[in-house]
Design a protein. Sequence first.
Length: 643
Amino acid sequence: MYVDGADVERILSTLPGLDGPPRTAAVPVLRSTGPALELARRALHDSLATPSPFAELVGRAGLTGSEVEVLALLVAVETDAQRQRLAAYVQDSISLPRVTLALLRRLFLPESAGLLAVAPSSRLSTCALVSCDDAGTWANRMVSVAPRVIWSLYGDASPDPALPSGARIATGTDTDTDTAQAEAAVDEDPRLLLVPGGDRESRLRQAFSRLPGTRYLISTLPSNDEQWSAVIREATVSGLDVVIGLDRDCPPLAAQRIAGATHLSWALLSPYELPVGSLPDRRWTEVRVSDDPAGPQDWVRVVGTEDDRGHRLGHEQLRLLACALPGLDDDLDTAVRRLASGDLDGLAMRVRPRRSWPDLVLARDQQQRIRELVGRYRSRETVHGLWGFPTTPSTGLVAVFAGPSGTGKTLAAEVVAGQLGLDLYKVDLSAVVSKYIGETEKNLSKIFDAAASANVVLFFDEADALFGKRSSVQDAHDRYANIEVSYLLQRLECHDGLVILATNLQGNMDAAFLRRIHTAVEFVLPDEPARRAIWELAFPTAAPTEGVDLDFLARQFKVTGGSIRNASLAAAFLAADADQPISMDLIVAALNREFQKLGRLRTKAEFDRYFHLVNADTEQDDAANDFAGEDSVESRETVGQRC
């Protein structure tokens, strides 16, 4: 901690210049130990011919002769406390137990050989095997070996803890690449492979078939330099090819680190083609993946059975489906629905289909059209895949259910989803439409993107609110309103799933939407036989009924299925509250309330022998109004007297 005069004289006598000896004074000392050093150096390099963790690391990193010697020295000091004491003695400081940059200059001839082995551009540095302190004076900066390297030399295979979250090591057998590898001839040279398009699982399979190795480090894009070092170090130590998932471009840090690690083979996976200007400065090859869905052979290979429900899943979705099946009692339809959980729940309301064909009472022509819609969705793979019909612009389906409120449009959408084994997502307009310019399009984009990543039925109720006619542009509001409609047209045309639009006013929808519609079903008021069937379905078998005349109800009351459901449910609550069975009096009373709610006239011809219930209800309302009027008069008189 103290430098006295004697120390100063001693230091000056060892420095070149002034009165001290020149730097070449160390040469005789090194020459005197030359034979012993040469024997040790030869023994070190000869040992690389024998399989060992150190020899494998040297081969994978592609180290030169001087880099091998420097790494051996650094590892020897790093793993031995006695050598660390010697290093501190040689460097004349107990605070320097590791080899410093200055010591490397002194230990190796020529002077720069050992020093440049740990320079930023050296293989030891670009492989992240060693690191140099970034603080303090340059000469006293210590060089250390990464702990992952030391552990690997002792035989531990634990992944580097600094790897990005979710990084994993995979082998070629994990994705069954035997067929693909047989088709793709690959060499053993390190390569940079770009794999755009398709789904994640298809991109992985293509990368595994094209990379020269058989073991891979699969990772998301590292977010900082430390994570990049961990990825390169782990791939070097374990002999792995690196597979990185990107989004739309290759960040500068990624391009720099990949360009420096030329000893590794890389695959960059992206849904889109990466801009050429962002790519690393090295030779690359691009293999585009098609967007074809999983075929029958993929279903058999991954799930163990063919799909007979028309589920159009990508390879990644099929892999996730296989992961979900064991936890859902191998229920295929439930597992397919589970794929959509989370992504759409905040933007749309999920409806789990519980009703089927017997619950849907429609005219024969209407029901036939809905069955054709289900069949068309299921047969897409046959028509577009096996028979070769073009998929331009997509294989998606758009259906419009139009008609008065309560005629069964939402029920029909639920039945369609149930028959296809899919969840129905009812788009919440309050969560989509925004008064701020551009926000509505962003919300719609989230909905369509989430629906594309799963396999669901999108249901737009009151669709004319979003799909209304475009108008002539009078101001900025008209212009942006038209942009919303145009954006919807584009997304509908490119969406591969099933979209159902329900509207009470089909005439208010833009004509461009009508051209993109594949199935249109007009819902009308039910006739008498249909009303009777709906009344019969309205009362569950467990519900207690007494004297219910379904023929009278169907003949007399020309109402929609929605009104029938509301009336039957209201009558059930009245019966439960009075602790009695559901009777005609209660049903007619409930219908009376339903007519009042709708503002509909209640006539004797319609209510027939139950019209007295309407009169009694009217008299009660009049009495209540009279009572309220008397109270008002009394109140006015009281206020007048007080005044």
